[in-house]
Write a protein that binds this ligand. Structure first.
Ligand SMILES: C[S@@+](CC[C@H](N)C(=O)[O-])C[C@H]1O[C@@H](n2cnc3c(N)ncnc32)[C@H](O)[C@@H]1O
Length: 200
């Protein structure tokens, strides 16, 4: 098997790192959903040495991810967990941070709703969920390229699509999270950051 390589990760990792540095400030544990090749985790943990990073994805992605992990010289990345948003329970809790990149538009609307249920259960009080990717606002695409990307996504899988911010916000609120920041990123992407309400 050839070690997988995602060109998109190489292109966006620095700008996402710059944002994560301002968000994931305190030492803690990050759960990543849909880690893909694992490239983001490798890059981010080299620069964010105060974080431990838990990889996860569908089992099909694990072999490739482990090839990246084998080359890492520190022990701040944990071997991938099988986490599918369709699983009824993830049985994880008390995570300081959750991160996901470019997964929300791959999964269906129903799966995005389920992802927020899991995130709400896994995050500790005042924990942050940072979600990178394209989103629509007020029922519209934010660019022609996102519109074309959405057509391509739906041709590939009719259930995949760019999600509407307002819909995502309703899933967050239903699971005890509110918008902390909405950060503009290059190439018509965003980082949506949700904070778990503090339990008194
Ligand atoms: C476009 S890739 C993004 C991978 C990586 N985060 C990145 O930015 O390169 C989408 C990821 O979502 C994962 N995924 C798809 N369906 C999923 C599901 N039902 N539950 C969890 N992850 C899923 C895929 O396996 C894949 O790794």
């Amino acid at each position: 098997m050839t070690k997988p390589f995602a060109e998109s990760c190489a292109q966006n990792q620095q700008v996402i790192l710059d944002v994560l540095k301002t968000l994931f400030i305190e030492p803690g544990e990050v759960l990543e959903i849909g880690s893909g090749t694992g490239q983001h985790a490798v890059f981010f943990t080299e620069h964010l040495r105060h974080l431990n990073w838990q990889l996860s994805d569908l089992e099909t992605e694990h072999a490739g991810m482990k090839m990246w992990l084998d080359e890492v010289e520190h022990n701040r990345i944990k071997s991938p967990l099988v986490l599918d948003v369709d699983m009824p329970e993830w049985l994880l809790n008390n995570k300081d941070y959750i991160f996901t990149a470019n997964t929300t538009h791959i999964i269906s609307n129903l799966q995005a709703e389920k992802m927020f249920k899991h995130v709400g259960e896994c995050l500790k009080s005042a924990g942050l969920f940072a979600q990178y990717g394209p989103f629509n606002y007020h029922g519209s695409y934010t660019s022609e390229s996102n519109k074309n990307f959405d057509v391509w996504l739906k041709q590939r899988n009719p259930e995949s699509c760019i999600k509407h911010f307002e819909q995502i916000e309703s899933y967050a609120k239903a699971n005890g999270m509110t918008l902390f920041k909405d950060i503009e990123m290059p190439a018509n992407n965003r980082v949506l950051v949700w904070v778990k309400e503090q339990v008194p």
